[in-house]
Design a protein around this ligand. Structure first.
Ligand code: NIG
Ligand code: FE
Length: 421
């Protein structure tokens, strides 16, 4: 069955030839076609172009969608989330407003370890239901592909529970989902003072089981001050790579931790957070295959310093943006808000922010061959927007939902209405 979307005001992020990512100055340009059509063949983008070149007839049954006044763009790819978690942590949020320190907050019910405690008490079915609700929420905001990490289990049984929930979401949701194993998210309380023992457990017992069960695509480590060291990280990344898990790491959120350099050394698909970036980090990333990924929602929520994105783009680097959806530092998976924050706080141009949330974030989760742009042969994951005056309106009207309809694999997956004729 074919779908023809016609009279599109602007078709955004089109590619004649697929690219892996967009870097440096090129990030400021976005290929668009005004007054356009697009044809989908089931779940795949078959053709597109200006209305003047729309074929007079299309073979077989066709569903027609009139997109007058609306724009069509690739669905967002959110390459960094922790959206499988139990409960929420607003107690900690209020404590932070009151000015409590991290240690005080941890004692009163905050922090990763408290999410881990709650997760251990939550059944797999309940965890799945909570995460499923979050997937509907982000689809309503235009996300079509998402990477989800474990990391609130912190022991084999509970990490496997989280990864099985991610697998169940992969089987039941129209979202494209990648799974990342993050056992080194925090040191479990019972390993206090014995960090090397926990790293040994990850290497010798956890990674082999997760890999054998095929539950993860990538391996993540929180390589930062007060969490895991560069030496710990190297050992875990090597073990993961032996089992076919490519690194994708949390780095340089709290300090110049060496996380970026170790990520690049082990050919990480991405290094994420990056509040602490200087000339050494920029030169390590230059010429590498590692996507620098910025998480503006987490920096905003925690009041952290901002990544020097302009310097990085001027140095010729690509940038991806992701939500970091999690209960502690970013209780939101709204990629449109991420775009607005990137423009307002990091001085990214709207075109740069859209490249960073589509093609570049697709690369950062290993799917830029099939997602992240409007290209013949790619998966038809598309946002049909509400009527919009311009592309720039997308970051500008920073709380309006721009999504009229989200098509995933060529089918309506979320949205208020479809206008057909
Ligand atoms: O990406 N930085 C490490 N981990 C998460 C926070 C998770 C939490 O606080 O629950 C992050 O921001
Ligand atoms: Fe994170």
């Amino acid at each position: 069955m074919r779908t023809l979307i016609h009279s599109i005001k602007k078709l955004i992020q089109v590619e004649e030839r697929p690219r892996q990512w967009v870097a440096g100055r090129d990030m400021a340009s976005l290929n668009c076609i005004d007054n356009a059509y697009i044809v989908l063949n089931d779940s795949i983008i078959e053709d597109f172009g200006p209305m003047g070149q729309m074929p007079a007839a299309i073979e077989g049954p066709v569903e027609r969608i009139d997109a007058s006044g609306r724009m069509v763009m690739p669905a967002f790819c959110d390459s960094h989330t922790h959206l499988v978690y139990a409960g929420s942590r607003e107690v900690e949020y209020i404590d932070k407003i009151r000015g409590l320190s991290y240690e005080e907050i941890a004692k009163r019910g905050g922090g990763i370890l408290n999410s881990a405690k709650l997760l251990a008490q939550t059944s797999e079915d309940e965890l799945y239901e909570q995460a499923l609700a979050r997937t509907y929420e982000i689809m309503g905001r235009g996300t079509g592909a998402v990477e989800i990490k474990s990391g609130y289990g912190l022991d084999l049984e509970n990490e496997l529970k989280m990864l099985r929930v991610i697998r169940r979401l992969q089987q039941t949701s129209p979202l494209t989902i990648k799974a990342t194993f993050l056992p080194a998210h925090a040191l479990p309380a019972e390993f206090k003072g014995r960090q090397t023992d926990y790293v040994d457990l990850i290497i010798n017992e956890m990674i082999p089981v997760v890999a054998a069960e095929g539950l993860a695509d990538y391996l993540d480590v929180f390589c930062d001050r007060g969490f895991f060291t560069v030496e710990d990280t190297e050992r875990m990344l090597m073990a993961g790579m032996k089992h076919g898990l490519r690194p994708k790491i949390h780095a340089n959120e709290l300090d110049f931790s060496g996380g970026v350099q170790v990520g690049v050394k082990y050919n990480a698909l991405s290094v994420d957070h990056l509040e602490f970036i200087g000339p050494d980090e920029i030169s390590a990333l230059s010429g590498s295959e590692t996507m620098p990924t910025v998480l503006p929602g987490a920096a905003f929520f925690l009041g952290m310093r901002e990544t020097p994105v302009r310097q990085m783009i001027e140095a010729g680097l690509p940038i991806a943006l992701a939500s970091d959806y999690n209960p502690g530092s970013s209780p939101s998976g709204d990629m449109r808000f991420v775009i607005s924050l990137a423009c307002i706080k990091y001085r990214m141009l709207p075109e740069e922010a859209i490249n960073a949330t589509t093609i570049n974030s697709a690369y950062a989760m290993g799917i830029s061959d099939t997602h992240g742009s409007i290209c013949r042969g790619k998966v038809a994951n598309l946002i049909i927007t509400k009527p919009l005056p311009s592309v720039e309106f997308i970051p500008y009207a920073y709380t309006s939902n721009i999504v009229d309809t989200l098509l995933l694999n060529g089918r309506a997956a979320a949205g208020e209405r479809l206008i057909r004729n």
